[in-house]
Design a protein around this ligand. Sequence first.
Ligand code: FES
Ligand SMILES: [Fe+2]
Length: 410
Amino acid sequence: MDDGGFKMSAANETKLNDSDLCHIGPGTPAGEMFRRYWLAISRAEDLKEIPQAIKILGEELVLFRDGQGRLGLVGLHCSHRGSSLEYGDIEEKGIRCLYHGWLYDVEGNCLEQPLEPAGSTFCQKVKHPSYPVRELGGLLFTYMGPAKTNPPPLPRYSALVREDGMRLVFPPRFWDYSWFNFWENVVDSLHAYVLHRDSRSERSWENAFWRHRGDHHLDALPTEYGLKAIVRWPGPEPETEYVRLTTVALPTVFSLGGRGEEDLGFERLLFVTPADDNNFMVYTSDFIPKDAANPVDEREKARRAGPSAANVKEYDKRKYVPFKGQVWKEDYVCQSTQGNVGYRRENLATSDCAIILLRKQLLEAMEIVRNGGTPKGIIPKAKTNEMISLEAYRAVLTKSQVAQLLNGRS
Ligand code: FES
Ligand SMILES: [Fe+2]
């Protein structure tokens, strides 16, 4: 386990602080918080008929579908003498270790130990680590918390369950720094105005944002499952404002919607899952309503366009140069060099208000879990079958609509 040097606090009275967000191994406050939620762990289509090693929350695991199509997520290292089940054989009833043939089902029961004497019942004493896995909207999710057989409902986010259009799930992205640096960036809505100004793709509506030089406003409001971040700037008419609204559901679901009125109804969700303290995965799922223009091609073109090397000096040997002109690389340079939260020196400003709220909510969730409670973002059992909409849009609103939006603090 990669615990990043974290020492378990002897008593729960130690006050949690930002540095606790960086440690997600078993037994850490953030790790235990994450273990109360369903987490995205793979694209369904990427799980073929071979076992797939995967690290989640500091635990080495192996993901597979048994011969009956049941999804399994079990400890990577065989409970006999530790060989990797990534090289095991998938059978009708489970996964068999290649070394001495111990067979495990998706619930971690050891079913066979072929080299033990006939009549041995030793396999009944072996319990291999396992976690439940479910598929929804082309993604696989796991729940690694207590009460594995009675987990909270898997949230039915609208982008994952709507049937009135097309769903696209993108290949996961793997990054090699603290998950939280990526995560707080999703509500750092104003950074785009500086960092990505020159690498934006042409979108008629959004150009209004980029052209606006003055006073940008960012507000952050708590919601039932997390928070929403609202950016606004002067609209096309005196009594109007351009508004960009995005929503977070705890712990790590982000709804960012379309790029403008032309993308109305388009949904994009990001799911962030820490692999360990210094690595994380990002899963992206889009929903494009029937008859809507497909904004994905345009976006992907912008994302894939390489950085411009044209102006790089021949003596510029900085590691990440060139990066300007490629959105993901611009983000990577900023997020991977800032150091971990709670350890870096910071001066949070007014434009960091959404980040301040996000940190507060996550620390509260960690504290609640530490005290045995249910944190924000868990779907109540009564809403098991309900579709959850995470609001996200860009629109021109009247100033009175904006006032209403900002007063609707729930
Ligand atoms: S190490 Fe797996 S069966 Fe022996
Ligand atoms: Fe960015």
